[in-house]
Design a protein around this ligand. Structure first.
Ligand code: RP5
Length: 173
């Protein structure tokens, strides 16, 4: 049911998740209330034709699901995990402790503390358990970072990325 709801929410937002090919990026978030922010990562991946999946996985509400998601992701062909959460945002760090895959953390502004709680929860990881943390609410950069990482081993994707980079430079200069 959650998957169906997500699909329809993403469809409404114009960032429908791709399902035809097996996903190589997993976008996860602690709550469906994070979706209005996290959909931007899906939008970027759609733009570059990167197959991905979107799931609600909470470190606190569904810890068993978080364990099984993180432990099985690599075997399912996932190469990068983008994890967004707000408040006591433990999801990205916990997932990074359970998988060797690179994890990109998105601090979602979700509480009275203006997102600083999310940012510090995600960025202040102990040595040995890295999370690449983007700015508060900046799921766009999480998507772009994932595309850059995949572009290291994918010449076509890297070429598309260079083209979009050139376009951005042309537009902003
Ligand atoms: C976090 O708590 C979620 O990532 C979300 O950002 C925040 C609030 O969740 P809801 O109460 O809106 O479900 O776990």
């Amino acid at each position: 049911i959650v998957e169906a709801q997500l699909k329809s929410m993403l469809k409404e937002e114009g960032s429908e998740t791709q399902t035809a090919v097996s996903p190589c990026v997993g976008i996860i978030m602690g709550s469906d209330s994070d979706l209005p922010i996290m959909k931007d990562a899906a939008m970027i991946l759609n733009m570059f034709g990167v197959p991905h999946e979107v799931r609600i996985v909470s470190a606190h509400r569904t810890p068993e699901m978080m364990f099984s998601y993180a432990l099985s992701a690599r075997d399912r062909g996932i190469q990068i995990i983008i994890a967004g959460a707000g408040g006591a945002a433990h999801l990205p760090g916990m997932v990074a402790s359970l998988t060797p895959l690179p994890v990109i953390g998105v601090p979602v502004r979700a509480s009275a503390l203006d997102g600083m709680d999310s940012l510090l929860s995600i960025v202040q990881m102990p040595r040995g358990v890295p999370v690449a943390t983007v700015a508060i609410n900046n799921a766009t950069n999480a998507g772009l970072l994932a595309v850059r990482m995949l572009g290291v081993g994918d010449a076509d994707l890297a070429a598309r990325l260079s083209l979009s980079f050139c376009l951005r430079v042309c537009v902003t200069v």
